[in-house]
Design a protein around this ligand. Sequence first.
Ligand code: ZN
Length: 288
Amino acid sequence: MDYLQKAYCMNQTVRIYAAITTEMVTHVKDIFNMWPSSIDAFGRLLTISSIMSATYKANETLNIFVKGDGPIGKMTVEAKDCKVRGYVENPGVFLQNNDGSINITKAVGNGEIEIVKDLHLRAPFTSSSELISGDIANDFTYYFAKSEQIPSSVGLGVSIDPETNKILASGGFLIQVMPGCKDEYIEKLENKLKNLKPTTEMIKEGYTPIDIINEITDGDYVLLETKEIKYECNCSKERFKKGLKSLGKIELENILNEDKKVDITCNFCNKSYHFDENELKEIILELN
Ligand code: ZN
């Protein structure tokens, strides 16, 4: 089971979230047949999205878009209460750096992060910031500072065996500095982060989220919460039926006459739904 843990540290003036998402990222890689650069970038995005959703109330929904001009194309994630789902434009990207390591910054490219928050106020609230590196972690650090005015630090990683395309580890953390945090605390954290092992190294060594928090805070933390992280799609045949109905009677009659069936695949989970001739006739009848 993937999960995140949330803690306070530095006299409750710093919030830390750490998450392990190896299972989720493996699952997503498998359903979309993703190649290394695509799953590396998307896995990082899914991880920070699940962490970010934990900073909001359980009924509040975040729609997160990373619109880069690299070969991966647009990445879309919906996150609510640590449940996430999403998809990328091109799951089949594999770029390598000169040393053979997986490249994601070129694969993501330049562009922007856009986040639409439905906090059940009058209208959804949209905020955005530019992609400053394409590695997702620095991009979100910049997003939090620029769009939410919260000094933050984001660490994210997905470790993939390039030979077998197996996900060896995935996870990350978010550190947020609250108003009133002393400069000496910030300095202490900055020094710690400079020498911190990569997140995926810690996870491969068997660290749990709280072990990562313990490492960052030198044991000086108060654990607040543990939450399961899950990739979850709520699609159903009933939902797609509603979508078909919205096409209208004339369009549906055209489909019925030409194809006698409809197959729809869900963008978020790749599940296919089939509507045969009789079902289409029924839907048309319901529209009368
Ligand atoms: Zn679905």
